[in-house]
Design a protein around this ligand. Structure first.
Ligand SMILES: [Mg+2]
Length: 188
């Protein structure tokens, strides 16, 4: 069944953080395939223009100053509004072909990415395109199986690179779980 991995970059670590970019992939763990990719950079001025108040944390801004030029490119003034980005993500998750109430959305960790995204969806009056009951925690699995690794690809702290790499790593962990528990049914 298709599942999604999402990753956001933000200017704060709080649930009401200002989101600067959203990356997501649809993947199928039964075939180990990345099927579709989504990436949007948000014009951070759009929050002020639309009257949407979100948190910016000085520590996070200072952290961004130390990241690579490639990663920092996501914080830009020439891209789309937060509302367009969220509508885009909603359409993208629709492509999963799974009813909204059954869509599994993974993140590293959902208490960060999923919570912040749901909060901003709710703030602008849109229904989040997945149910909180289907938040799936990649961070838990990677910490339970630290011996399962894959080479890092792409740009660190680019939301799409992070989401794609996390999904590939997750599928490797899922395969490992099946190998070590052959008598138990692991549903992918
Ligand atoms: Mg990231």
């Amino acid at each position: 069944m298709n599942q999604a991995m999402i990753d956001i970059e933000s200017l704060s670590r709080k649930p009401n953080a200002m989101v600067v970019s959203i990356g997501a992939v649809i993947f199928d763990p039964t075939t180990d395939e990345i099927k579709k990719r989504f990436y949007k950079e948000v014009d951070i001025r759009s929050y002020t223009n639309l009257g949407i108040d979100r948190d910016i944390e000085p520590d996070t801004v200072l952290w961004w100053m130390e990241q690579s030029d490639e990663a920092r490119k996501a914080i830009s003034k020439s891209k789309i509004t937060i509302i367009s980005a969220l509508k885009g993500l909603k359409l993208f998750l629709g492509v999963m072909g799974v009813p909204l109430t059954a869509r599994r959305v993974w993140a590293n960790a959902p208490v960060f990415d999923c919570v912040i995204l749901r909060d901003v969806y709710q703030q602008i009056g849109m229904t989040p395109p997945w149910n909180f009951r289907n938040d799936m925690c990649y961070r838990t699995l990677k910490n339970l199986y630290p011996e399962i690794t894959i080479p890092r690809e792409g740009v660190h702290h680019n939301a799409l690179s992070d989401a794609e790499w996390q999904a590939k790593h997750l599928m490797k962990i899922m395969n490992h779980m099946i190998e070590i528990q052959p008598t138990q049914e692991v549903t992918k």
